[in-house]
Ligand binder design. Sequence first.
Ligand code: PLP
Length: 489
Amino acid sequence: MLDPAAPAAVHETLDPADLEGLRALAHRMVDDAFGDLTGLADRPVWRPFPEDLAPRFETPAPRTGVGVEAAYERYRTDVRPYLMGNDHPRFWGWYTGNGTMVGALGAFLAAAANPNLGGGNHAAVRVEQQVVRWCAELLGFPLDAGGLMVGGASMANLVGWTVARHVHAGVDVRAEDVAAMPEPLVAYASEEVHSCHKRSAELLGLGAHALRLIPTDDAYRIDLAALRRAIDEDRAAGRKPFLVVGNAGTINTGAIDDLDGIADLCAADGLRFHVDGAIGAMIGLAPALAPLMRGIERADSVALDLHKWMHVPFEAGMVLVRDADAQREAFATSPAYLAHAPRGLAGGATWLTDFGLELSRDFKALKVRLSWLDRGVDAYGRMMQRNVDQAHHLAARVEREPLLELMAPVGLDIVCFRVHPEGWSEERLDALNRELLMRSHESGVAVPSYTTLDGKYCLRVAIGNHRSTFADFDLFVDALLAMVPQIEA
Ligand SMILES: Cc1ncc(COP(=O)(O)O)c(C=O)c1O
């Protein structure tokens, strides 16, 4: 044990002895990160991780350090070049935002100050409450709605489901359990709903079967008549319909359900209305697109992903709940060690941990606040509109090219298509398009992703990119068409 009286005893902390050296390195890191952004379009979108680097990731835990300079050099050489590539103008995979430098600086500042947003009376809580209120305002929600920043829409949807279960269980489902509910609860969403909703049903003990998947129309929007029938059938069979999830931009094709129609149905039947707005909730920022979101303001809760189309660096999910008390009642606990004090740091009317699952919570809201104060949210609306226009530009090119086939109507900024040489069997088409996807990634030309629509494999370009130019889409199509003869040969 260290003898505190010993003259040589040093007070060791994790602050570096050479603070100025670290400051200089920090400046270099920022310079390098800015450098990474220049000339992005001329670099490959993605590069495979070189397997000869793998041993560097299999070393034992470092009992003694090598110093931050060396650690940073390893990051520059072994990690940075082989990341996902979603900062690139031709990254259109899954649905992934680009992020921004201002957002990254916000994330740095948040980590540098390092407050914990579980609770307490400090300014970071005010920032999160402000950002939640901004989102409520932009969606037409009441300004006193409950809300919380979470990792992403999977968690935001789970929070929405949990509040809905709490409100409709018919018993105190927190004290008892789902077996004590007088009737089994049933929820509804279209067949196109994201898989995280099935997980919510599973995690809440309702069972995956409690989520009824309703067929869609030709544009992949929920069929309201089929929804009506399913609800009536469940009621007649002694089950309790409790929740309808509306899609504000489906993951496959960007389809938007008739949110107003769902809101009418829920209001008439006393069901809870939750909107999965991970992709499209903020589309109202683009004036010409705002009508597509009509009805979202009537939801009981909404899940948003600000790290998608709002380009906040990961993670930046959010849930809004119209009735803040219901949200608190579904989650709050009051152990003695978390009791709120009337004054001091342990004071504060709202402890954000009472509104969700996590106690320790990072300062996500700062990167949002910094970004939005920087450019104003209308700038995001302009870029959303451009992405939607780019989706139509790509779709028009696809329709002009005899070798290409558009696979679904363009939903928001998502285009699904495939290469379709005449006379090829479905099996060969499937193999061809899978190969094209991999070559597109491996050549570094672009990163689209893929999906299956009506059993047919297709390429899926989910734009959500503030750096893409119209020319990027033509470059991609040209490259794709040039690959086909090489595969056919
Ligand atoms: C419509 C929709 N809902 C939910 C999710 C899950 O969001 P996250 O990945 O942020 O958890 C996604 C992800 O792409 C999505 O597109």
